[in-house]
Design a protein around this ligand. Structure first.
Ligand SMILES: Nc1ncnc2c1ncn2[C@@H]1O[C@H](COP(=O)(O)OP(=O)(O)OP(=O)(O)O)[C@@H](O)[C@H]1O
Ligand SMILES: [Mg+2]
Length: 246
């Protein structure tokens, strides 16, 4: 039962967009594990396949070859309904653009996925998250009445409330100033350290990557390097050396 050790795994993942002369090989055989309770940052040049990898891992995009597993579940065998249920129950998302519903309050946004699924909200857990994210006084505000950082903290709370196997963030701090970025990254770090969650983010920012336990570097649809215990300096250095190799 390998599923006890990793939250998500890609094996020889290939993703080709389009066909014939216009085909783009966005992923050219990616194998990577995301251990439970681990915080991973994915980095690499624009167009290297970071979003594609994340979307394939999260079941938001089909794969052309290889396997994706979330825990013990191979996504390949799933029907559309099973895939929808898996995304809803076992995966959390935090997007660059927050993706909150503008007409709903913060608390309504946070519990929306559970409400849609007809699931009971664990009140104690909700209170824990909301307190830890510093949102208690903002729960009745709509997104337009919140700062960018507060909106992204609401999105983090929404991702956490269902206790998913893994939380994916595609440039979750891409639209935030450095103060708000720090807040959101601290929360993702705390989700791992205090709540034993598994987090994977895509980022271009060495400072954001330094919050992670390891960094996986992509180039041209392949994993080209990995760095454990990253610091801002070590990430920058590795980015530079990867550029000169190319
Ligand atoms: N829907 C699509 N149709 C065709 N090609 C696509 C599609 N989505 C992505 N691609 C191509 O696949 C490659 C990888 O794209 P991807 O979005 O994964 O890159 P990325 O590393 O996330 O880049 P960025 O840092 O700019 O977000 C690129 O060459 C891109 O043009
Ligand atoms: Mg991208």
């Amino acid at each position: 039962m390998g599923g006890e050790h990793y939250a998500a795994r890609a094996v020889d993942l290939v993703k080709v967009y389009g066909s014939g002369d216009t085909a783009v090989r966005a992923l050219a055989g990616v194998s990577v594990d995301f251990g439970r309770g681990e915080f991973t940052a994915i980095m690499g040049p624009s167009g290297s396949g970071k979003s594609t990898l994340m979307h394939c891992l999260a079941g938001l995009d089909s794969v052309s070859g290889g396997d994706v597993r979330i825990g013990d579940t191979n996504l390949k065998g799933l029907s559309d309904n099973q895939m929808t249920a898996l995304r809803r129950d076992r995966i959390g998302f935090v997007f660059q653009a927050f993706n909150l519903v503008p007409t709903l309050t913060a608390i309504e946004n946070i519990t929306l996925p559970l409400d849609i699924a007809g699931k009971k909200v664990d009140k104690d857990w909700l209170t824990t998250i909301v307190d830890r994210l510093g949102l208690s006084a903002r729960l009745d505000h709509r997104p337009s009445e919140l700062s960018g950082g507060q909106q992204q903290r609401v999105a983090c709370a929404r991702a956490l409330v269902g206790k998913p196997d893994i939380i994916f963030g595609d440039e979750p701090t891409g639209n935030l100033d450095s103060h708000s970025s720090g807040e959101v990254l601290s929360i993702l770090r705390a989700a791992v350290d205090e709540f034993h969650q598994t987090v994977v983010i895509v980022t271009h920012d060495p400072r954001a990557a330094s919050y992670a336990d390891r960094v996986v570097f992509l180039a041209d649809g392949r994993i080209v390097d990995e760095l454990a215990g990253p610091t801002q300096d070590s990430v920058l250095e590795r980015m530079k050396s990867l550029e000169t190799v190319r």
